[in-house]
Structures are given as C-alpha cells and as structure tokens.
Design a protein around this ligand. Structure first.
Ligand code: AMP
Ligand code: GLY
Length: 421
C-alpha cells in the first residue's frame, strides 16, 4: 500500500484526495494543509504548501511514497527538485519546467521557439517604452504581468487608457510585486475558450477530457476575474479531432521544446485555449491541475488515479489509456460575499449533509471550528458538483441542491453550463 501526501487546500485537492481514497493501492492519505472536507477522508497536516523543508520532513516521518502537488506556488518554489534531491517521489514539474506558468515571458518565448499558435506580443521592462507601444496599438489589447498573480495579472483592455492604467498598476505601483517587473502586451484573440489538461511524463502527452471554466465573478461573464467560479466537462464543441489538433499543435511542441532544452516536463500541463477562426491558439499554460476544472474532470475519470500518477512519475505513460464516463459533470463554486475582493470568514455552513445522493461537495475555504462545526475560511468555499446523463441534467442537479447549503454572504453564478460556450 502506498502512502500519499497531497499539497494544497482547495477544491482541487479535495477532489484528488476523494479519487485517490478510492484506490485499493492507497494506504494512508495526508493533505497539507487541507480543509474540513479533506479532514473527513485524510489526515490534515498543518504545513503551508511552500514550506518545503517541513513538507519533506513530514514526507519522511510518515513514509510517504508519493507527494502530489496541487497549486502552482510550491512548484514554482522548486518543491519537486527539493524532494527529488532528498530521494522523495513527487508528482509535478520541476521548477525550471514550471516556468511555463511562473513566467508568462518564458512561456511566450517558448511558444515562439516551438512554433505554437498564440497571440502576437511584445515584452517590456520599462514603463515608458511599454506605454509608447500601447498607445500605438489597436484596442482591445491584453496586458499581462510576467509572474504569478493568482489569476489576476491579466487585463483585457477595451481602451488605451485602460491598458496604460494596467501597465501603471503593474510596473509603477507594483501591485503584483516582483511578478510585475516585466509585462507582456498582446493582441486580443477572439473565439470561444476552453481548457485542455494533459498528463506528461517528459515525452508522452496524454490529454484529459476537455473542460470549460468561468473566470469572471458574476453571471454573463461580468465582474472581476477570480480563480474560477464553475466549470463543466465536456464542452460539446470540443471534438476528439480538436483534442488531437491541440495535442499536436500546442501540447506536444511545448513538451518537446522543454525536453530538448533540458527541462523535461512531468506532471499535468494545462493549456488555456482560444478557439479562433484560424484554429486553436494558446492563451496560457498552467503547470498543474486546474481549479475548478479538476472537480468536474475527476468524477468523470474511470481509471485508478494512483496508477496514472505513477505512470507519469515512472515515465510509462505510453502504456496508459484513459477512459471517461459518458456522463457530463458540472461544478458550481459557492463563494464568500465580496470574493474576489474583501470578504469575511468564520461563518457556519449549514446543510452539508442535506444534498441528494450523488452530489459531490468539494471543499475549498472551509475549516472545522468549535464543536466540530464546519465554517467558512476562504474566498472560494465549496464546489458543488454532479454527474448527469447530459450537461443539462447535471446542471439541474447541481442547482437544485445549492439552496440546501447555506452560509452568510454566499454567492455563486447561476449560469454555469447554461449555454454552450
Ligand atoms: P490567463 O490568466 O493568461 O489565462 O488570462 C486570463 C483570461 O484573460 C483568459 O482566460 C482569457 O479570457 C483572457 N485572455 C488572456 N489572453 C488573451 C488574449 N490574448 N486575447 C483575449 N483574451 C485573453
Ligand atoms: N481554473 C483556472 C486555473 O486553475 O488556473
């Protein structure tokens, strides 16, 4: 039996824990730091995801056979390199391969070297130069901070003033700190968006089922960008042929270029895509499972997740075939009032046991408070997910159950999977 440590505290990590718990090969399961949901199926360890020495210490003490890294920060901080040096096994890319997410400039340069279709762009480290360029370009245009900014570093500017304001905030006010020392200014792409995640063992690329997520806070794709307010899988327009095309034109070239340059990519590679009239183009790469995409992909996955993760680590992914349930899955995030800006936490969550059979509650910002009651502890609190024979029925099941779960200030989008995107 294998002992597993999952690093992270979100709905993604709860979904991974839920699936790994179902594997007959998995023994003890730990999540660091986890949440009230993971506490019900695993042992939470009070260790922060970027505290690498303490995580490694715990991995040794608890005889962990595989550490699974959820979020980007520990990957960018070099968790996998650190663990491998100590002889510990970890699922995720090394620090240098994770630059695909931790530096948008690195990712864009790599896309250009590898001939990956993407938006035309220029990189700046000087505000005056960037401003001059922005003033010469047509709108809308897209301004991106180079480094990690929790999904908030991108502005799709409708006017030049808005673009200059974004540059100013990033480069002069340093709202994202060092992540903003360089910016990308990109042409705006048009089309429909979707995500394709793939398992990679350094060489073989095995796409997961496609998914769509909803980044804006409010219905109709209005309001500020968030970490993600909901998702569904599969999008009907994302045909197997399109998956193959994205694999060949975007995922494989990225993985091959990284391998050629001495940074073989092992883990999950997430491509954020815009389906344009010229075909799929890469908007961004993430170096991990998406959140909330994972909460709708994992319930559809028919295989043993432990086997799949070991095939990535052991570089035997060429022998794996994934099978997916025909059913669709929809996930809706319940967030704290005010998220993604200021919000309050510590409110009791009611009705967690009152949902219909088959409804999956993946916890994110929750903790166990006084007397064992579950209370809110973050911006995104829960993902409510359900499978259904088709998207409409899965969606109906989710929304029918949401009113049963109550906490003060709760807000959510009512249009997840409502229409084709
Ligand atoms: P990112 O964090 O890079 O995925 O960007 C966040 C969101 O900004 C994406 O999901 C897109 O909706 C949008 N976006 C990013 N780059 C572009 C682009 N070049 N053209 C149009 N929209 C974009
Ligand atoms: N859902 C977008 C992300 O995980 O970055």
């Amino acid at each position: 039996m294998a002992n597993i440590l999952i690093v992270g505290a979100g709905g993604r990590e709860h979904a991974l824990a839920w699936k790994l718990r179902q594997s007959p090969q998995v023994g003890r399961l730990y999540v660091a730091p986890g949440n009230a949901g993971t506490a019900a199926m695993a042992t939470n360890l009070d260790i922060q995801p970027t505290d690498l020495p303490t995580l490694a210490h715990a991995a040794r003490i608890e005889r962990i056979d595989l550490t699974v890294v959820g979020p980007e920060a520990p990957l960018a901080a070099g968790l996998v390199d650190f663990f491998v040096r100590l002889g510990l096994v970890a699922f995720g890319p090394t620090q240098s391969a994770a630059r695909l997410e931790s530096s948008k400039v690195f990712a864009k340069d790599l896309m250009q070297r590898a001939g990956i279709p993407c938006a035309r762009s220029r990189t700046f480290s000087d505000f005056a130069e960037a401003k001059g360029y922005v003033e010469s370009q047509p709108v809308p245009m897209v301004v991106k901070a180079d480094g990690l900014a929790a999904g908030k570093g991108v502005t799709v500017a409708q006017t030049k003033e808005e673009a200059v304001a974004a540059l100013h905030a990033i480069m002069e006010e340093h709202v994202f700190g060092a992540a903003g020392s360089r910016v990308l200014v990109e042409e705006c792409l048009f089309g429909w968006e979707a995500s394709l995640l793939a398992l990679c063992d350094g060489e073989t690329v095995l796409p997961l089922a496609p998914a769509c997520d909803y980044k804006r806070a409010r219905d109709g794709d209005r309001g500020p960008n968030t970490g993600g307010m909901g998702s569904f899988s599969p999008p009907a327009r994302f045909t197997p042929e399109l998956t193959q095309q994205v694999k060949e034109s975007i995922l494989l070239p990225a993985v091959r270029a990284l391998a050629k340059e001495g940074h073989p990519y092992q883990g999950v590679l997430y491509a954020g895509l815009m389906m344009t009239s010229e075909g799929p183009k890469a908007l961004e790469f993430n170096c991990r499972f998406g959140d909330p995409e994972t909460q709708v992909l994992i319930p559809r996955l028919e295989a043993d997740l432990f086997d799949i993760m070991m095939a990535v680590v052991d570089r035997t992914l060429d022998k794996v075939q994934l099978r997916w349930r025909q059913e669709a899955c929809v996930g809706v995030v319940l967030a704290s009032g005010g998220y993604p800006s200021q919000y309050e936490t510590g409110y009791p969550i009611f009705g967690l046991d009152d949902v219909e059979e088959g409804v999956l509650l993946f916890h994110a910002g929750t903790r166990t408070g006084e007397g064992g009651r579950v209370e809110t502890a973050g911006g995104r609190v829960l993902t409510v997910a359900a499978l259904g024979p088709d998207l409409a029925l899965a969606r109906e099941k989710v929304y029918r159950n949401i009113p049963r779960i109550q906490f003060r200030g709760r807000h959510y989008r009512t249009d997840i999977a409502a229409e084709e995107r």
